[in-house]
Design a protein around this ligand. Structure first.
Ligand code: NAP
Length: 268
C-alpha cells in the first residue's frame, strides 16, 4: 500500500473515532432510562463515550440489567438510581449523589414522563396532578438540583423532552399537552437566565415514537397517526437519541432556547 493511502486511512480512522465519540469523558444524568426513549438515548450516549447516571421509578430489575450492560459494553461508567422525578427533596438528593459519584455532570436530560389520557369531561384532579408533577415539575426539580453545579462549571447542557402535542394540543391529552407546553416555556426562560454562564437549555419535541408508551395504542389509532407523518413511519428511540446527542455535544454550542421537533415532519 502506498504511503499516501496509509495516511488517508489513518485520517479516515481518526474521523470515524471522533464521530463515534462526541461525548468522550462527559457525564450525563438522564431521568427515566430503564426503558423507552431514555434507554435508547443512554445507549447512544454510552457509545459516544459518555458516563451515564440514569434514573427509574419502579423497574428495579430492568435498571440493574441495563446498568450492567452499559458498564460491560462501552468502557464507560454507568449507574442507575431509583428516584421519583416528581419529588423535590428526592431530586435534590439525587443531584448531590450523582455529583458525588461521578465527580461532575455536563448534561441533564429531563426525560421521565407519563400519560394519563382521558377527555377533559372525565379527567380527575389526580390525573392532572400526576402528569403535571411527573412531566413538568420534575424538570424544575432537577434543573434546580443541578443549577449551582452547572453555573460553577460555566458549562452545562439541559435537554427537556417535551412533545409535539405540547405545540399542537391533542384531544384526550389536556394534562399531558399542558405539561409538555410548559416544558417549552420553561426551556426558553432557563436559556435566557443561564446563557451568560454558558449553560444551554433546549427542548426536543418527539412526535410518534415507538416505545411502551405508544405500544398500548390500538392499531387503527397508530395507522392514522402514521398516515399524517410525511416520512410515513413512527420514530425510533435512536432518532430522538441523535437529536439529544447533537444538543448535548459541542456541535450545538451556539444553540440555546430552541425546540427541535423530531417527528418525521408531522409538525412544520
Ligand atoms: P416509557 O417507555 O413509558 O418510559 C418512561 C420512563 O420514565 C421509564 O424509564 C420510567 O421508569 C420513567 N418514569 C416514569 N415516571 C417516573 C418518575 N416519577 N420518576 C422517574 N422516572 C419515571 O416512555 P417513553 O415513550 O420512553 O417517553 C419518554 C419521554 O418522551 C416522556 O417524557 C414522554 O412524554 C416523551 N415523549 C414520548 C413520545 C412517544 O411517542 N413515545 C412522544 C413524545 C414525547 P420505570 O420503568 O421505573 O417506570
Amino acid at each position: 500500500m502506498q504511503v499516501g493511502s496509509i495516511i488517508s486511512l489513518k485520517i479516515a480512522n481518526k474521523i470515524l473515532n471522533f464521530a463515534a465519540m462526541l461525548l468522550k469523558d462527559k457525564t450525563v444524568l438522564i431521568t427515566g432510562a430503564s426503558r423507552g426513549i431514555g434507554k435508547g438515548v443512554a445507549e447512544l450516549f454510552a457509545k459516544n463515550g459518555a458516563n451515564i447516571a440514569f434514573t427509574y421509578a419502579s423497574s428495579v430489575e430492568k435498571a440493574a440489567v441495563f446498568e450492567k450492560e452499559l458498564n460491560a459494553n462501552y468502557g464507560i461508567k454507568a449507574k442507575g438510581f431509583q428516584s421519583n422525578a416528581a419529588d423535590f427533596e428526592g431530586s435534590q438528593k439525587l443531584a448531590e449523589d450523582v455529583i458525588a459519584e461521578f465527580g461532575t455532570v455536563h448534561c441533564l436530560i429531563n426525560n421521565a414522563g407519563i400519560t394519563r389520557d382521558t377527555l377533559m369531561m372525565r379527567m380527575s384532579e389526580e390525573q392532572w396532578d400526576e402528569v403535571m408533577n411527573t412531566n413538568l415539575k420534575s424538570a424544575f426539580n432537577l434543573t434546580k438540583g443541578m443549577l449551582r453545579h452547572f453555573l460553577g462549571n460555566r458549562d452545562g447542557s439541559i435537554i427537556n423532552i417535551s412533545s409535539i402535542v405540547g405545540i399542537t394540543g391533542n384531544a384526550g391529552q389536556a394534562n399531558y399537552a399542558a405539561s409538555k407546553a410548559g416544558m417549552i416555556g420553561f426551556t426558553k426562560s432557563i436559556a435566557k437566565e443561564l446563557g451568560a454562564r454558558n449553560v444551554r437549555c433546549n427542548a426536543i419535541a418527539p412526535g410518534f415514537i415507538e416505545t411502551e408508551m405508544t405500544a398500548n395504542l390500538d392499531d387503527e389509532v397508530k395507522k392514522s397517526w402514521i398516515s399524517t407523518i410525511p416520512l410515513k413511519r413512527g420514530g425510533s428511540t435512536e432518532d430522538v437519541g441523535n437529536a439529544c446527542l447533537f444538543l448535548a455535544s459541542d456541535l450545538s454550542k451556539y444553540i440555546t432556547g430552541q425546540t427541535l421537533n423530531v417527528c418525521g415532519g408531522m409538525v412544520m
